[in-house]
Design a protein around this ligand. Structure first.
Ligand code: PAF
Length: 258
């Protein structure tokens, strides 16, 4: 049974005592509403480290839209149940006031990649992500931290931040876990209707087809618009094709290797 800790300082002491005994620490940061994608990260962290910690914290500073924050699914008890069979050691579940004791006066800002792709549309989003991840990595003293490739831009930014600030954590990317339909698993999928779930799989279908047929990002946009998606962007960056769309008011992202 995992120990559940809410207080950041207590969590840091907990991790530190194992660190001092020579344990390696694997850490999986999440915002809860856990799905198979998260659980894959947890499996890896469990397998590759002596101590395995998972955080559940809906980070308010990374939401550019208050409505999106309010609607973010909260299934804390369910999440704890899902984690039970993974033999993890600790769940860190802090309150926002504890994670931001000085409000949001101190933050990490990245000035290049965070302004591209999703960053063009979600102003301040990556500052919020980087700020909270820096706090979480500092508290966890993690040897390895695990991030899903669905949020590939986030993974790149965190990897670069760790290098820029000389942090002692290896950032481990884990491939996208998909539904049978091809839809990338995401906590936001829970907000789609049954029809929406079927239709959402077309995002991956078109991305995948475009790679197979060597067609352009523009053609993917045309296909998605034709099927009634509201397209925010489809763009190529560093040998990947990234997309963000809205369906039934839910923002979905995906990416494929080119
Ligand atoms: O990917 C997420 O769920 C979040 O952005 C993260 C990394 C847990 C930071 O809040």
């Amino acid at each position: 049974m995992a120990v559940v800790i809410a207080d950041p300082i207590e969590y840091r002491s907990y991790c530190l005592q194992y660190k001092e005994k020579g344990f390696s620490i694997g850490f999986v940061p999440t915002m809860g509403a856990l799905h198979k994608g998260h659980l894959e990260l947890v499996k890896r962290a469990r397998r590759e480290n002596d101590l395995c910690a998972v955080s559940i914290f809906v980070n308010p500073t990374q939401f550019d839209d208050q409505k999106d924050l309010n609607e973010y699914p909260d299934h804390f008890d369910d999440d704890l149940k899902k984690l039970e069979s993974f033999d993890i050691d600790c769940v860190f579940a802090p309150y926002p006031s504890a994670m931001y004791p000085r409000d949001y006066n101190f933050r990490v800002t990245e000035s290049q990649l965070s302004k591209k792709l999703c960053g063009q549309y979600r102003i301040g989003h990556f500052d919020g992500v980087l700020s909270v991840v820096l706090k979480l990595l500092n508290l966890s003293q993690a040897d390895r931290a695990y991030f899903g490739e669905k949020d590939y831009q986030q993974y790149l930014l965190i990897k670069d931040m760790v290098e820029a600030f000389f942090l002692n954590t290896e950032i481990v990317p884990v491939g996208i876990i998909r539904e049978e339909s091809g839809l990338a698993m995401s906590s936001r999928n829970q907000r789609l209707s049954t029809n929406g779930l079927t239709k959402a799989a077309r995002l991956y279908f078109h991305l995948n087809e475009s790679v197979r047929n060597n067609s352009s990002a523009k053609e993917v946009i045309q296909n998605l618009l034709g099927e009634g998606f509201e397209v925010q962007y489809v763009e190529d960056f560093e040998n990947r094709r990234f997309a963000a769309v809205f369906l039934e008011g839910v923002r979905l992202i995906d990416n494929v290797s080119l």
